[in-house]
Each structure stands twice: as structure tokens, then as C-alpha cells.
Design a binder for this molecule. Structure first.
Ligand code: ATP
Length: 631
């Protein structure tokens, strides 16, 4: 029914698009032609900013470059329009990649400032260079030739534009809804967690700028062919802000929203054409109001209305239940070493968070890492999963040395992890969270988006059926289309484990998986972890819940002050004097339940980290790994 109504809307829009030129005058068709160009620009900007989270204020420069390269090659060099346009788009993409390089080092408003600076420099260059005709610009761009079609008519040019627009919007939507788009959105939501799920974040940032520049360059070519004259004022900072306003008002995270914003503001611009000063104030005011009261823009309004309706009538949500976990099959004995850490140290300025840590985890073991607060446990995970580079020492996973490897390389080598304070991608559904993790392809294979979309689509279908299997196994089917933030904490924890296991890892790192869980949930967690181990995955878990550690782990390593102070079976470490001493203040008797060594039911355990249980605040504020990336 839904797809039928969608199909109906598309059919109506297609008919309107075909008939439109017959119903409007010469000036109006000109305005429509320019609006379509702005809509293409806005889609490109939405892909970089809204979908990928990369602030790109250089889109107007990409637009200008597409136009100017076409103008220079056709007018000054005598090239044909279409040959020139190919080079114009290639040149724009090359510059897009160049503009994207700062994104490898800086983010958020810094990236905004850098890209804005580049846009300003571009306008200055246009105005002051002979090649570009200075302030006068370049006129006399030839009419693009198309057999049997006179493109000097703005009515016929409209059809060329609307075709290009339809192809580019469809392609953009295809990107957003398939593996590349999911990775871009994951990177936007949480670059650290995306890296831990195997997403090559630096490559993805460049991809976002490349995509944006393709749209900018093509819009530039279309503009050159339409107006046949280029001058710097078209590519001014004022127009950059107009474009930004289109994207913000329409809705950054929806490409259709960007188009709606572009059409709406183009109309407003026409109405206010005689009052340019007021127009700027009007755009500014609407942007501020949108950011304050509708941060998801016009495109987000239907979802907000639906959300409000659901809150009033939460029947469907109430019926959703967490189903039992379906255990994995037994993979049999595992041989060799899963993780070897030798002489590992990590210094933060004067502080030794890890000091000469060595440990070896045989394949197929459940290893517990315990220690008082601040003893270096999470830092150890952050080094093993590639978030921190160690100051000294080595890390080997499954026999491969991966000491200074990036988080995505480690993920690709079979390391998966969860986080102390949960790092699910908040603006992606549970299913999409799992889908991001399932995708094992490398970013370099994105060339298929340009030439082999069918292959991408098939791969996506295969991923979706695997995602269904993962959701079934973890009993999450009812929550597949929910956003993680709307779910109870215990379910979010399970989603995070399901997402990590969707990577098919050889080594799973669980950072305080029982924090915030109730007794029954802790018991279920124990079952899940045992089954994961039985499936052949080595599990290392940091945990404050000693009952769980004692009943679940075959071997426990105790850290204190960044050093290994004990390493052995749960019974051995529980009675080691140095461990009791490290826990003094809260003596080991308080931390361990009396019957610890005989393996009590986990739910009987006391949790010495109650703050974790009650404070599922987003890690962004506290996780040192975040501090590092934000710096
Ligand atoms: N990025 C960072 N910059 C500076 N200091 C850091 C950073 N990351 C960790 N530390 C410090 O290193 C030490 C070890 O921290 P870590 O988070 O690894 O301890 P932990 O054993 O996991 O503690 P908890 O049980 O409370 O989670 C702490 O003193 C912490 O403040």
C-alpha cells in the first residue's frame, strides 16, 4: 500500500514535470531552470553535510569551478561543450578531494571555517585573474549541442535539467540507502564507533567531499550551458549562505528535504528580488528559527508528527518484546593464541595509564579484566581496538602484529568491541546499526556505485537477509526499525553485542557489558557470552560485576595503576594478597560475593559500579577516546 502510494506520488510528479513548461511563461521557466540547478547543488551539499556530517561551505566553489572550467575550455580553448563538461567535473572532483583533506584533521566548526576560507579564496581568485575574465567574467559560452534538440530554448533546456536532476536525486537516494550511505551516516553519528565497525573513516570523509563536488561540478556545467555567461557574483558567499539555508531549512538529513528547501527558498528569493537586504535578513531568521524549533528541517516534520501520534497511542510499541537469545552452534576446540600483548605502555602526558602490560589470551577463552577504577582497563581496550597508539609494546591478534593499526584495520582483522557507555548510532535504526557492522567490503570498492549499481543492490540484499538472521538470533526482531535511543537500556546493551557479533569477529572485547543491567539481564548476558565463546569467538571482558566475572571467566587478569598485578583462575586471583590490597578501601570481601569461588548465579552479584547502572549518559562527554578525536 505504502509503495503503491509512493509510486502514485512519483507518477504524478513525473506528469507535472513533463507538463510544467507548457503552462509557464519565459521568465518563469528561467526561474525554474535556475531552481533545478540549486536543487542539484543542495543535494550534493546534503550528502556531505547532512548524510556524512562533514561541514562543507565550499560547495559554491565547486559550483563555480564546474562553470568556469566549462567556460574557459569552450570560449578560450575552443573545446566542444560536452568534452569541456567532462573535464570540468573531473577538475571539480580533484579540487573536492583537495578541499576534503582538512577534514582528515579537523572537524565541526573548524572544518566550516576552513571550507569557508577556501570558498572566499576562490571568489577572490575569480575576481582577480585574467584567465577567468576578472570581475567581468566570461561570456559567449556555446549552446550545448544535442542532435535534434535546440538547447538555446530554455524550455527544452528544462527537460535536460530535469532529467539530470532525476538521475542525480535517484543516485543520491540509492547511495543513502545502501552500504556506502549507511557507513557515511554511521561516521556522522559516531566516527569512533564507525571505525570500530570497520568503516574506513578517512576514506569516507574524502568520499563525502568527492560526492559533493560531483553534484557541484555538474550543477556548474548545467549553469554554464543555461546562462552561457559566468561571473564571480554568482559564486559569492551570499549565495553560499543561501544554499546553506536551503539545506538547513529543507532538512539536512534528507535529500528530498534539501530539494524542498531549494525550491522553497528559490521562490522566496524571487518574491524578495527587489529587496536584497531584507532577503538576507529573512533567510537568516528562518534558518535560526529552523535550527531552534525544527532541527531536522521541513523533512523531519512528518516524522515528528508521527512520533507525537505514537506517544499518544503507543499500542504497537507496547506489543514489542525482547525474545530469547538463540544460541550459536558449537564450533569445537580452538587452538593457538587469539591476543598477545607484550610490554604495552600508554602514557598521557605525565600519566602512565598502562605500564608494561603483558598478557596472552588463548583462542576460545573467556578472559576477564578487572581492577579498581582508573586502573587502565578501558585504555587497554582502546589500544587493542586501535583508538590509541601505544607508547611502547606490541599487540598481536590471531598471530598478526597489529600494534599501530587503525581501528578499522583491527576491525577488519577480526576485532569487535562494545563500549562502556554504549555507542550505538543514534540516528540509525537497530537494523541499520547491524547492517553497518555486517558489511565487510572495503571503501575502495565504491567504484561499483559509478558503474555497477546492480552489484551494489545485490550485495545490499544479501546484507539485509543476514541482518534479519542476526536480529532473530538476538531476539531483537520487534525492535528492528526503532531508533536505539527509544529502547530500554538493557535492550540497547543487547543491540550493541549483536552489532559487534555481526562483524563475525575472532576476538570480542566487551567493556562492562553488565553495567546498568538487572539481575535477569545479567543472567541472560552470561548465557549469550558463553554461547559466543562456544561459537569459536574469544571473549575478553572488562567487568566490575565480580559475580559475573567469577562465574563466566576461565581466566582473570587484574590491573592496578596500569600494571598487571595478578593473572590466573578466578579462585587464584580472588585470594591473591596484592589483589586484596589493590581493592583496599573497598576490601575484596566487599567486592567479591562470599561464594564467589564456587560460582554463584551472576544475578546474586553485587555491582560495585552503581553509577554505571544509573547513568547511561552518552559517552561523548566522558570517554577519553572521544576527547582524543575531538582535539
Ligand atoms: N585520553 C586520555 N587523556 C588523559 N588521561 C586519560 C585518557 N584516557 C584515560 N586516561 C587516564 O588513564 C587512567 C586509566 O583510565 P581508564 O579509563 O583506562 O581506567 P579504567 O580502569 O577503565 O577505569 P573505570 O573502571 O573507571 O572505567 C585514568 O587515570 C584516566 O584518567
Amino acid at each position: 500500500m505504502r509503495s503503491l502510494s509512493k509510486g502514485g506520488i512519483l507518477a504524478v510528479l513525473a506528469v507535472v514535470a513533463v507538463v510544467l513548461p507548457y503552462t509557464v511563461g519565459r521568465y518563469t521557466i528561467h526561474v525554474i531552470d535556475v531552481t533545478i540547478i540549486f536543487a542539484i547543488l543542495a543535494i550534493g551539499m546534503g550528502l556531505a553535510m547532512g548524510i556524512s556530517g562533514q561541514i562543507n561551505l565550499a560547495q559554491i566553489a565547486f559550483f563555480g569551478l564546474g562553470s568556469y572550467v566549462t567556460a574557459i575550455l569552450t570560449v578560450r580553448e575552443g573545446w566542444g561543450f560536452w568534452t569541456a563538461s567532462v573535464l570540468a567535473v573531473l577538475a571539480t572532483v580533484a579540487v573536492g578531494l583537495l578541499v576534503g583533506t582538512p577534514a582528515l584533521r579537523v572537524q565541526s566548526h573548524y572544518l566550516g571555517i576552513v571550507t569557508l576560507g577556501l570558498a572566499l579564496a576562490f571568489t577572490n581568485w575569480l575576481t582577480n585573474t585574467e584567465l577567468t575574465g576578472g570581475a567581468e567574467g566570461i561570456s559567449g559560452i556555446p549552446v550545448p549541442s544535442l542532435p535534434g534538440v535546440d538547447l538555446s530554448s530554455e524550455y527544452l533546456y528544462y527537460y535536460l535539467e530535469i532529467l539530470a536532476f532525476a538521475v542525480l536525486l535517484t543516485f543520491g537516494q540509492f547511495v543513502v540507502r545502501t552500504p556506502l550511505g549507511r557507513r557515511l551516516r554511521a561516521m556522522r553519528d559516531d566516527p569512533l564507533a564507525a571505525g570500530a565497525m570497520g568503516a574506513e573513516v578517512p576514506m569516507l570523509r574524502m568520499t563525502a567531499f568527492a560526492l559533493s563536488s560531483v553534484y557541484g561540478g555538474l550543477a556548474g556545467v548545467l549553469y554554464a550551458g543555461l546562462i552561457r555567461y559566468v561571473a564571480p557574483e554568482t559564486f559569492s558567499i551570499a549565495n553560499m549562505f543561501l544554499l546553506l539555508a536551503m539545506v538547513i531549512i529543507g532538512g539536512r538529513q534528507s535529500l528530498v528535504g534539501c530539494v524542498v528547501g531549494a525550491v522553497g527558498l528559490s521562490l522566496v528569493r524571487e518574491w524578495l528580488v527587489d529587496y536584497p537586504t531584507y532577503a538576507q535578513i529573512a533567510y537568516g531568521s528562518v534558518v535560526v528559527l529552523t535550527v531552534l524549533f525544527a532541527p531536522t528541517g521541513l523533512a523531519g516534520l512528518p516524522e515528528r508528527v508521527r512520533g507525537a501520534y505514537r506517544r499518544r497511542r503507543p499500542a504497537a510499541a507496547d506489543r514489542a518484546v525482547l525474545r530469547p537469545f538463540q544460541p550459536y552452534g558449537d564450533a569445537g576446540e580452538r587452538a593457538g593464541s587469539a591476543l598477545e600483548i607484550a610490554g604495552l605502555s600508554k602514557n598521557f602526558r605525565g600519566l602512565k595509564a598502562l605500564d608494561d602490560v603483558s598478557l596472552s589470551v588463548p583462542a576460545g577463552q573467556i578472559r576477564g579484566i578487572v581492577g579498581p577504577n582508573g586502573s587502565g582497563k578501558t585504555t587497554l581496550f582502546n589500544v587493542v581496538s586501535g583508538f590509541y597508539k601505544p607508547s611502547r609494546g606490541s599487540v598481536r591478534v590471531g598471530g598478526r602484529t597489529l600494534t599501530n593499526a587503525s581501528s578499522h584495520r583491527l576491525a577488519q582483522a577480526g576485532v569487535a568491541r562494545t563500549f562502556q557507555n554504549l555507542r550505538l548510532f543514534p540516528a540509525m535504526t537497530v537494523r541499520e546499526n547491524v547492517l553497518v557492522a555486517l558489511d565487510q567490503t572495503r571503501t575502495r570498492s565504491i567504484w561499483r556505485y559509478a558503474v555497477w549499481q546492480l552489484g551494489v543492490w545485490r550485495h545490499d540484499r544479501a546484507l539485509r537477509s543476514s541482518a534479519n538472521a542476526v536480529l532473530e538470533r538476538y531476539g531483537l526482531v520487534d525492535f528492528a526499525d526503532s531508533l536505539p535511543g527509544a529502547l530500554p537500556y538493557g535492550i540497547q546493551r543487547r543491540v550493541e553485542i549483536a552489532r559487534a557479533m555481526a562483524r563475525s569477529p575472532r576476538l570480542l572485547l566487551l567493556d562492562e557489558p553488565a553495567a546498568g543491567l538487572n539481575g535477569d539481564e545479567v543472567r541472560q548476558l552470561g548465557e549469550i557470552v558463553r554461547s559466543i565463546r562456544d561459537s569459536g569467538v574469544t571473549v575478553v571482558l572488562i567487568e566490575h560485576n565480580m559475580g559475573l566475572v567469577m562465574s563466566l571467566c576461565e581466566h582473570v587478569t587484574v590491573l592496578a595503576g596500569g600494571r598487571v598485578i595478578a593473572d590466573g583462575t578466578p579462585d587464584e586471583v580472588a585470594t591473591a594478597p596484592q589483589v586484596i590490597e589493590a581493592y583496599l578501601g573497598d576490601s575484596m570481601d566487599d567486592v567479591l560475593p562470599a561464594e564467589a569461588s564456587s560460582g554463584p548465579a551472576p544475578e546474586a552479584a553485587t555491582d560495585p559500579a552503581p553509577e554505571a547502572a544509573t547513568d547511561p549518559a552518552p559517552e561523548a562527554a566522558t570517554d577519553p577516546a572521544v576527547k582524543e578525536i575531538q582535539r
